[in-house]
Design a protein around this ligand. Structure first.
Ligand SMILES: NC(=O)c1ccc[n+]([C@@H]2O[C@H](COP(=O)([O-])OP(=O)(O)OC[C@H]3O[C@@H](n4cnc5c(N)ncnc54)[C@H](OP(=O)(O)O)[C@@H]3O)[C@@H](O)[C@H]2O)c1
Length: 285
């Protein structure tokens, strides 16, 4: 029986990246639908859950993607509201690569040192990757701070992760590189989650910080988020700190994405969000 993956995207065009990884993850056929919303998704979900016999349902799975994380989260919830009894299929959320990227970055950081009980600052942590990294690190026992250029955005991100995952984070406004340098003064861990091509810290903001132990930077588009690091850094020691660059953990990100797709087809009742994808990344790191 063919493994069918329905790619439900909140953008107009289902992401090509997600389609390619879906095939590489073992789907026999990937069917993309764009502009998916909670209001129009029910017929698509019903088509997935009512068509195959109980033992065959694991050969159908759903993937929620798109550039808008909040739209993705709403769609993910709406999809699951259509499930009942054994009328369900496995489903994964990875809007903007949020879960797989954050999971790979945090898992690789944790191969270089413990984060439990440490202060971890997620720089520009208001985006999809930053919010998911905050969740994963908080669940591992780190004390989380999320910075934003605007206090209201930092507060909203903290509220989102509290509501979604019951984890706490402290919001901090940091309008420029100097303010972000100050925000990490007493931190042991930094996860830079800023937009592509945006420098968040210059070398002098972190190189002489004696408290800092571990740094990850998700931005692979120069200039990098953390000046003085390299995107290919794979647990590289620089100025006494261990650095993971975006390409350095990007290989694991792709592997985790593929492995998640493969796992979707193992059973028909799996829900892959931050915790499940992070658990997989930890095993694979
Ligand atoms: N390595 C990989 O495999 C991989 C995969 C996917 C994504 N990524 C990268 O991961 C990073 C995070 O992705 P994302 O989708 O979560 O990012 P995003 O939503 O595009 O941006 C994250 C945050 O960056 C801040 N920002 C935007 N412009 C800024 C500026 N001019 N100055 C300072 N801060 C600014 C914003 O925070 P505030 O407005 O709140 O300040 C925004 O919420 C990106 O660099 C992305 O390219 C890497």
């Amino acid at each position: 029986m063919k493994k069918l993956l329905f790619q439900l995207d909140t953008d107009a065009h289902p992401a090509v990246f997600d389609t390619v990884v879906a095939y590489d993850g073992g789907a026999d056929h990937v069917i993309g639908h764009g502009n998916c919303t909670p209001d129009n998704v029910t017929p698509l979900v019903e088509g997935a859950i009512f068509t195959r016999a109980p033992k065959e349902k694991k050969h159908t799975a759903l993937f929620i993607g798109g550039s808008d994380m909040m739209a993705g989260e709403a769609l993910f919830k709406a999809v699951q509201e259509n499930f009942f009894a054994d009328f369900r299929v496995s489903v994964m959320l990875d809007s903007n690569g949020s879960n797989t990227t954050a999971a790979a970055g945090v898992a690789k950081l944790m191969t270089s040192g413990a984060i439990a009980g440490k202060k971890a600052v997620i720089l520009a942590g208001t985006g999809p990757v930053g919010q998911r990294a905050a969740v994963m690190m908080a669940k591992e026992g780190a004390e989380i701070t999320i910075t934003s250029r605007e206090m209201a955005r930092a507060e909203q991100a903290c509220k989102n992760i509290k509501a979604g995952f019951d984890v706490d984070a402290t919001p901090v406004e940091a309008t420029d590189n100097d303010a972000r340098g100050k925000a990490i003064e007493d931190a042991q861990v930094v996860f830079a989650a800023g937009a592509a091509g945006i420098e968040l810290l210059e070398p002098h903001h972190w190189q002489d910080n004696a408290n800092l132990e571990l740094i990850a930077d998700a931005n692979a588009t120069p200039p990098l988020g953390v000046g003085g690091t390299e995107m290919f850094d794979r647990g590289e020691e620089r100025s006494g700190k261990i650095i993971w660059g975006a390409i350095g953990f990007g290989t694991l990100k792709l592997a985790v994405h593929r492995a998640s797709i493969e796992k979707l087809f193992e059973r028909n009742d799996q829900v892959f969000d931050a915790e499940e994808i992070f658990a997989l990344a930890r095993d694979m790191a």
